[in-house]
Design a protein around this ligand. Structure first.
Ligand code: FE2
Ligand code: FE2
Length: 399
C-alpha cells in the first residue's frame, strides 16, 4: 500500500484504506477498485491524498494504530459532541468573549453538556481506544486522510493517537492515559465559539483575527472545566495546548521547565493548578502541532512529514518540552511507511520510490523501494535498506 495524491491515482488501483461519509458511514470500502467516477468523487469531497494498493506496493503494510471500527466510532462521537454543543451554545454574532464565557458557564449550558449521552459514550470509548492502541509502540504510517469537512474530528483522533504513543514511553498509568485521551479528544472544542468566517478563512489571518482564534483555548477550558466526566487536568489540555516552553505561546504565555518530572508521574500528575504547564498539555502541544502541519487543509496541502519532524526536533527547548521531543522522535518516524520519497544524492540520485518498512532500531533509516529512475521511467523495484546501506544516500518525502 502507498499514499498517493488523488491526481496521481489511476483507474484500477485498489483503495487501501476505507473512506467515510460525513456521518462516518462507509463511503468506499478498502479493497474497492478505483474507477474514474470514484476518483472524481474523492476530489469533489476534498480528499487530496488516498492510500492505494498496486502491484508494486502490494507487500507494503501500513499498520494502523487503531482499528477502523474504533476510529470511526470515536470520530463520529467527537463530531456529535461538536454538533450538540454547538446547538446548545447560545451564541450571537457579535458576542464579546466575556459574553461567550458567561453563556458557557450558564447552568443551562453546563447541564446540557454534562448530561449529554454522547459525552458519556465518548468517555467510555476512551478505554476501548486505549485497549486498541496498547500493542503499538511506534506510528508506522501516516494519520488519516482528512477531507475538508471532517478535519477537526480526524485531527482530534490523530493527535490523540500520537499523544498516547508518547505517554506510553513515559509509563503513564491507565488513569493518566484516560485523562490524556478524553482531554485531547475535545482539545479544540472551543473553536465552536469562534466566528466561522475567521475559523475557516483560507490564507493568512489579520492580527486581530488571530487574536480571536487564540481564544479557542480559553473557551475550550471553560466548556470542559467542572464537568464530572472530565478531570480538571484534562480540561487544561484545551487551555494549554498552544503554550510554549519559552513563554511565547498563548493564551497566557506560561513557561515550561523542559523537563519531565518522572517522580510525580506515579502520584498526581505534575501541576494541576491553573498557572503551571501540565505535562499532558505539553505532550498534546507536540502531537497537535505535528498533525496539524502534516494535514491537508482547504488552503494548503500538508507539509512533508520529514520537514515537520525536523520542525518538532528543532522546536525542542523553546517551543516544546525538550525531553518530550526525545520521546516523540522515538515513536514517530521521519519517513512514514507508504509515503513517496525521492533520493537526493549518491548512485540513485533522483530515483523515486516509497518507504517500505521501518527499522525499529533506527526509525529515521527505513527500507525504501525504488520504483522509478532519474528519468521517471518505471524500473524493476530496487529495495534499499538505509540502515545497512554503505554508500552515500539521503532521501526526502515527496507528494
Ligand atoms: Fe488548538
Ligand atoms: Fe488542535
Amino acid at each position: 500500500m502507498r499514499r498517493l495524491t488523488v491526481d496521481k491515482v489511476e483507474p484500477g488501483m485498489v483503495l487501501g484504506k476505507s473512506i467515510y461519509t460525513d456521518n462516518y458511514d462507509i463511503l468506499m470500502n478498502r479493497g474497492t477498485p478505483l474507477t474514474i467516477d470514484y476518483i472524481t468523487r474523492l476530489k469533489a469531497r476534498g480528499h487530496t491524498t488516498v492510500y492505494v494498493t498496486d502491484a508494486e506496493t502490494a507487500d507494503i503494510i501500513i499498520t494502523n494504530p487503531l482499528s477502523d471500527k474504533i476510529r470511526a466510532m470515536t470520530t463520529k462521537d467527537i463530531q456529535k459532541m461538536y454538533r450538540t454543543t454547538q446547538l446548545n451554545l447560545a451564541k450571537a454574532e457579535n458576542d464579546t468573549s466575556s459574553a461567550l464565557i458567561k453563556s458557557i458557564n450558564s447552568p443551562k449550558f453546563k447541564k446540557s453538556f454534562q448530561q449529554n449521552p454522547v459525552l458519556t459514550h465518548l468517555c467510555e470509548n476512551a478505554n476501548r481506544f486505549l485497549e486498541d492502541i496498547m500493542n503499538q509502540n511506534v506510528l508506522s504510517g501516516l494519520n488519516a486522510t482528512k477531507s475538508f469537512d471532517n478535519y477537526t474530528y480526524e485531527h482530534s483522533v490523530d493527535a490523540t493517537v500520537i499523544s498516547v504513543l508518547i505517554a506510553k514511553r513515559l509509563s503513564f498509568g491507565q488513569d493518566k492515559l484516560k485523562q490524556l485521551v478524553t482531554g485531547e479528544f475535545l482539545h479544540d472544542i472551543g473553536q465552536l465559539c469562534i466566528d466561522e468566517k475567521i475559523a475557516n478563512k483560507p490564507g493568512k489571518l489579520a492580527p486581530e483575527e488571530y487574536e480571536k482564534i487564540k481564544l479557542h483555548t480559553v473557551y475550550g477550558y471553560e466548556i470542559l472545566k467542572d464537568v464530572d466526566k472530565i478531570e480538571g487536568v484534562a480540561a487544561h489540555i484545551s487551555f494549554q495546548h498552544h503554550e510554549r516552553q519559552d513563554g511565547m505561546g498563548y493564551p497566557r504565555g506560561l513557561r515550561g521547565s523542559n523537563k519531565i518530572d518522572m517522580g510525580s508521574l506515579t502520584g498526581e500528575l505534575r501541576f494541576t493548578t491553573s498557572d503551571k504547564l501540565v505535562i499532558l498539555a505539553e505532550i498534546a502541544a507536540i502531537a497537535d502541532f505535528y498533525d496539524a502541519c502534516i494535514s491537508d487543509r482547504p488552503y494548503r496541502t500538508g507539509l512533508s512529514p520529514d520537514l515537520v519532524y525536523e520542525l518538532v526536533k528543532t522546536g525542542g527547548g523553546w517551543q516544546f518540552n525538550n525531553e518530550l521531543v526525545d520521546c516523540f522522535l522515538s515513536v514517530v518516524p521521519k519517513y512514514p511507511v507508504g509515503y513517496g520519497i525521492k533520493v537526493k544524492c549518491g548512485e540513485y540520485k533522483d530515483f523515486i520510490g516509497v518507504v517500505a518498512t521501518l527499522n525499529t532500531s533506527k526509525l529515521s533509516a527505513p527500507k525504501i523501494l525504488l520504483l522509478n529512475d532519474n528519468q521517471k521511467n518505471k524500473i524493476k523495484p530496487i529495495e534499499v535498506d538505509l540502515y545497512s546501506y554503505r554508500g552515500l544516500i539521503d532521501i526526502e518525502c515527496i507528494n
